[in-house]
Design a protein around this ligand. Structure first.
Ligand SMILES: [Zn+2]
Length: 239
C-alpha cells in the first residue's frame, strides 16, 4: 500500500501546550507548519521561538483572528502586518532565515464572508467569491511575497492561490470545551473513524491537513496524529 502523503498544518498557536506539541512532532520527525495568531504570540514569543528552533515552519494567521469578511481592507492589512512583524522578529532574534511567507485567513474567510473552515469537505475546492475586496486582499498577499509551500499538489488544488488552504480538516475543534457535544463528532474516536471513512483521504495525496494548537485539545490532536501514522500517512517536509 503506497503511503498517503500529507502536509500537516496547525492553526492558532501558541498556547500553553505549544512546546509539548513541538516535542511530540520532533520526536516523530513530523514536519509541520504552525499558523500563529499574533495576539497569542505577543504574549508568549518563547513558545514560537522554541518551535522554530526545533525545525517547525511559522505562518501568519493574523493578529486578532477576525474574519476578513468583517474587516475593511486596510484594517485587514494592518492586522496581518502586526503579526508578520512578530514572526520576522522571532526569526531575527534566533538568527534563522525565515523560510517563506505563508498566510492563512482566520476561518479561511478570504474576505467574502464564507467561513470555509466550517465546510467539512475538501476546503481547497470552495471557489473564492471574486469581488473587489477578495481581489484586493489576494493582490496584497501576492505583492508582499506570500506563497503556498505545498508542492506537487493534484491539479484540482488551487496552487496559484497566494493564501494557504487545506484539503482535510480534522474537526479537532469540535472537541474544545466551547463546541464539545454540539456537533456530530463528539469524541476523538469519532474523529478517528471520520479519518478512516473519508474518501478523499484514501488517495496518495498530497493532502493538506488542518489541525489546531488550542488549550483544550492537545491530547486529542496528538492522538489523531498518532492515528494517522498508524493509518499509513507520511508527513511531508516543507524544505
Ligand atoms: Zn484559526
Amino acid at each position: 500500500m503506497p503511503a498517503k502523503r500529507a502536509y500537516l498544518t496547525i492553526d492558532d498557536s501558541p498556547c500553553e501546550h505549544t512546546e509539548a506539541l513541538t516535542d511530540f512532532l520532533a520526536e516523530r520527525n513530523i514536519p509541520a507548519l504552525l499558523f500563529v495568531r499574533g495576539a497569542f504570540m505577543e504574549q508568549n514569543p518563547k513558545a514560537i521561538e522554541y518551535a522554530i528552533q526545533k525545525g517547525l515552519v511559522i505562518g501568519n494567521h493574523s493578529f486578532a483572528h477576525i474574519p476578513a469578511g468583517d474587516m475593511e481592507p486596510q484594517d485587514w492589512v494592518d492586522d496581518l502586518e502586526k503579526c508578520d512583524h512578530l514572526i520576522d522578529a522571532a526569526y531575527a532574534r534566533l538568527d534563522i532565515e525565515r523560510p517563506g511567507k505563508y498566510y492563512r485567513f482566520p476561518y479561511i474567510d478570504r474576505g467574502d464572508g464564507v467561513r470555509v473552515e466550517r465546510i467539512f469537505a475538501d476546503g481547497s475546492q470552495t471557489a473564492i467569491v471574486e469581488n473587489n475586496k477578495t481581489s484586493v486582499l489576494q493582490q496584497y498577499l501576492k505583492d508582499q511575497g506570500f506563497t503556498q509551500p505545498f508542492k506537487n499538489m493534484a491539479d484540482a488544488y488551487p496552487s496559484q492561490a497566494v493564501d494557504c488552504l487545506f484539503t482535510y480538516t480534522s474537526g479537532d475543534w469540535m472537541l474544545t470545551e466551547r463546541h464539545k457535544g454540539n456537533w456530530d463528532y463528539k469524541t476523538v474516536e469519532d474523529l478517528k473513524r471520520r479519518i478512516n471513512e473519508d474518501e478523499s483521504l484514501q488517495g496518495e495525496g498530497p493532502h493538506v491537513l488542518l489541525m489546531h494548537d488550542q488549550p483544550d485539545i492537545h491530547e486529542e490532536v496528538c492522538a489523531l496524529i498518532e492515528h494517522m501514522i498508524a493509518q499509513g500517512f507520511e508527513f511531508l517536509d516543507y524544505a
